[in-house]
Design a protein around this ligand. Structure first.
Ligand code: GLC
Length: 740
């Protein structure tokens, strides 16, 4: 009989014994197990872990390679499985696989999730998409996007969690925790301040260390502490002139030094520019190496070792970090089967619908136009292909939806090279019909504004769906709704004052028609069950619970950079906004020192500008009161208050806590320090307790390399959004000096 091949478990046990762990003792740690295995790796086997193949473009790969974003061969003789990577943060995005039946469930955009302010939802959403990745044979999900929205025109804002480091870091951290609850690996990305798409491969982000620590880095630090991601993906851009993937200060000193990050640093696809400098600066792995000028972490790095530029110990440590993460996430003890597993898409769609409904933000609701009452007889539904589906964002995070796209349109401009305008087949029209059987609900495309207006005029209520497609690879040049949608909305509202606007956008948009309409609901890109989620909120099946995770400006002139840096040079002869993945574009600088740490709502407070809608804003179908703000208890960093549902129907509220903190210029500016999220019946009250993370109210002292919190009395407020003050109190805080 053939000698049975030892299972991964048997091999691991053998290695543990070899590593000195005795049977009956405490189980070996991931570090011990990884060291034991790494010590068995030959030099070539170590090197084989340091770069990934791009399976869609490299055919001669081992049989266990599947089409996806990356493939890293394993070491079967040691029970080390190959790593099979796929995008991304809203679902398994694998458009490179041309098999049209390779579908997945898309969560709503990360902005929508952030707008729910619900950390449990973030976890369950991550757990759902991680389960689909595992079922499809992937063991690495390139999720955990946590870049801050420093520019509301960034084409990838829909993949990010807003403008505030605390909200973004916590939401991304719990999403990563959810993904990895499937014993697969997640990333956190794109390290760091990769905050615009225009010229992302060549721009240099100019920003002081303290401001960076207090914002974009803090978001990563929180996400890493909460989610313990297996890998950090460094981004394309330069920071103060040095590429992110060869940035010794950010990789070795901050990430691995100050924060003690134990996982591996992998590049973004096409973000590596050297061998020895990158390896010595802290990069552990070259992703999709064929996109770079050279397979830097192959022969060039071997040559660097031979030349004594890079030590064999550094190579070994690079391999060790990857193996350690495979143990720490549980993958080694529960390998992902090669054969695809079944997926309960119906149950997963429920998770997506719940997240989308929780993230829809009611921005205006004059005369309680919403929720749509049962007595309505006729409803006009207009625009944005609401009769067939809902919009989604473009680029590497694009999911191929279950049931296939309802519609795919080739965009103009650079994005057409790798993106399609895609509608998911869950139509708001059908969802409304399902929920309002007694009403006559008719659709008009909106291409003929007069016809749409006539339909609106002869209806009790008109609902205009307005859309803004955004994508990885390019930014939007301004915040206006594209095409003639503003005019359409004005025309419809003139025909029927009971007009509701539903926004399906990648971020904030301008609303020149705001005074003419009765209600506005920001639904973002609402995901696989987006039509149902929107209808659930419009009909009051669920309360309007979303609160803005970013500021809606009144105009681009209110922004730190009224024009996107680099945009001008990137407009091609046809006037299309373009940008290049490859080098050859002129290098330029984005000056983030303009706002520094005062991102988003803090910028508006600092400059005294009034936004269209502030960070944290959102209406409910009921009302809430706040009372009994208490500070000064045993723990000086903890406060509490009570929320009461003072209305006539159940609802969900997200009271926010802000503290006025003097910045480096001495001027106190509000910072989000915590929030509660409560669902209450009419008349019901609940106490909310908030424990402040001192890093959110401290300033980073680069000389002392510490977070410094000055002792004294600080004003703390409880409000419905940034700038709002329902309750306020003094809070005495002690002097604190905190390690980075
Ligand atoms: C892309 C993205 C990154 C993605 C990777 C693999 O360019 O920047 O988010 O995970 O490449 O597709």
């Amino acid at each position: 009989m053939k000698k049975p091949i030892p299972s991964a478990m048997a091999l691991a046990a053998a290695l543990l014994i070899a590593a000195g762990a005795r049977a009956g003792e405490a189980p070996a740690t991931p570090e011990q197990r990884a060291r034991a295995l790494t010590d068995q790796l030959t030099s070539d086997e170590q090197f084989s872990l340091l770069r990934s193949y791009f399976p869609a473009f490299q055919k001669k790969l081992p049989p266990d390679a599947i089409i996806g974003a990356g493939y890293i061969p394993g070491v079967p003789r040691l029970g080390l499985p190959s790593l099979r990577e796929t995008d991304a943060g809203m679902g398994v995005a694998n458009l490179l696989n041309k098999r049209v039946d390779d579908v997945a469930t898309s969560l709503p955009s990360a902005l929508a999730l952030a707008a729910s302010w619900d950390l449990d939802l973030a976890y369950h959403g991550g757990a759902m998409i991680g389960a689909e990745a595992r079922a499809k044979g992937f063991n690495v999900l390139l999720a955990g996007s946590v870049n801050l929205v420093r520019d509301p025109r960034n084409g990838r804002n829909f993949e990010y969690h807003g403008e505030d480091a605390l909200l973004s870091g916590r939401m991304a951290g719990h999403a990563i925790r959810g993904v990895q609850s499937n014993q697969i690996l997640s990333t956190v990305k794109h390290y760091v301040i990769n905050d615009q798409e225009t010229g992302r491969n060549v721009l240099s982000a100019k920003i002081g260390e303290a401001a960076l620590r207090e914002t974009d880095l803090l978001a990563f630090q929180l996400a890493i502490e909460i989610g313990k991601p297996a890998a950090v993906m460094c981004g394309y851009n330069r920071i103060n002139g040095i590429y992110a993937c060869e940035h010794d200060f950010l990789l070795n000193q901050v990430l691995k030094g100050d924060w003690g990050y134990p996982g591996w640093v992998q590049s973004d696809w096409g973000a590596v520019h050297s061998a020895a400098p990158a390896a010595l600066a802290g990069l552990d792995h070259q992703s999709g190496y064929i996109l770079d000028a050279k397979p830097y972490f192959g022969d060039p790095l071997k040559a660097a070792v031979a030349a004594g530029e890079v030590s064999p110990e550094r190579i070994r440590e690079m391999a060790y970090r990857i193996v350690r993460s495979m143990y720490a996430t549980g993958l080694m003890d529960r390998p992902v089967p090669d054969a695809p597993q079944s997926i309960d898409y119906a149950a997963h769609a429920q998770v997506s619908e719940q997240a989308a409904a929780a993230g829809a933000v009611l921005l205006k609701n004059t005369g309680q136009l919403l929720p749509l009452a049962g007595k309505l007889k006729t409803i006009a539904v207009i625009g944005a292909h609401a009769d067939i589906g809902v919009l989604s964002g473009g680029g590497s995070s694009q999911v191929r939806p279950v049931g296939g796209p309802a519609l795919e349109i080739k965009p103009s401009g650079f994005a057409s090279a790798f993106s399609r305008i895609t509608y998911f087949p869950n139509a708001p029209l059908a969802a409304l019909v399902k929920r309002m059987p007694g009403a006559t609900i008719r659709y008009a495309s909106g291409e003929d504004a007069a016809a749409a207006a006539e339909l609106a005029r002869t209806s009790d209520v008109a609902i205009v769906f307005a859309e803004q497609w955004t994508t990885e690879g390019e930014d939007v040049p301004n915040l206006a709704l594209p095409g003639k949608q503003d005019e359409l909305i004005r025309t419809v509202a003139a025909a029927n004052p009971g007009t509701v606007v539903v926004l399906e956008t990648g971020g904030p948009v301008l609303m020149p028609w705001l005074d003419q309409v009765g209600a506005v609901l920001a639904a973002w890109y609402p995901g696989a069950a987006g039509g149902d989620a929107i209808a659930a909120v419009l009909t009051g099946e669920t309360d309007a619970a979303g609160r803005l995770p970013l500021t809606f400006p009144r105009g681009e002139d209110q922004l730190p950079r009224p024009v996107i840096p680099g945009l001008a040079e990137k407009t091609n002869a046809k006037g299309e906004v373009t940008y290049g993945l490859a080098a050859g574009l002129k290098e330029f600088e984005v000056d983030y020192d303009i706002e520094g740490a005062d991102v988003g709502y803090r910028w508006f407070e600092r400059t005294g500008k009034q936004p269209l809608f502030p960070f944290g804003y959102g209406l409910s179908y009921t009302s809430f009161g706040y009372q009994q703000l208490r500070t000064g208890g045993k723990d000086p960093l903890t406060l509490s208050f009570t929320v009461k549902n003072t209305g006539k129907r159940a609802g969900t509220d997200t009271p926010q806590v802000y503290m006025a903190v003097p910045g480096r210029d001495g001027k106190p500016i509000s910072r989000l320090v915590g929030w509660g999220r409560v669902t209450l019946k009419p008349g019901e009250s609940r106490q909310v307790s908030v424990k402040i993370d001192p890093r959110t109210v401290a300033n980073f002292d680069t000389a002392a390399r510490r977070w410094q919190l000055a002792p004294g009395s600080y004003q703390v407020v409880v409000g419905r959004h940034a700038g709002d003050r329902v309750l306020s109190a003094a809070m005495r805080l002690p002097k604190m000096s905190i390690l980075p």
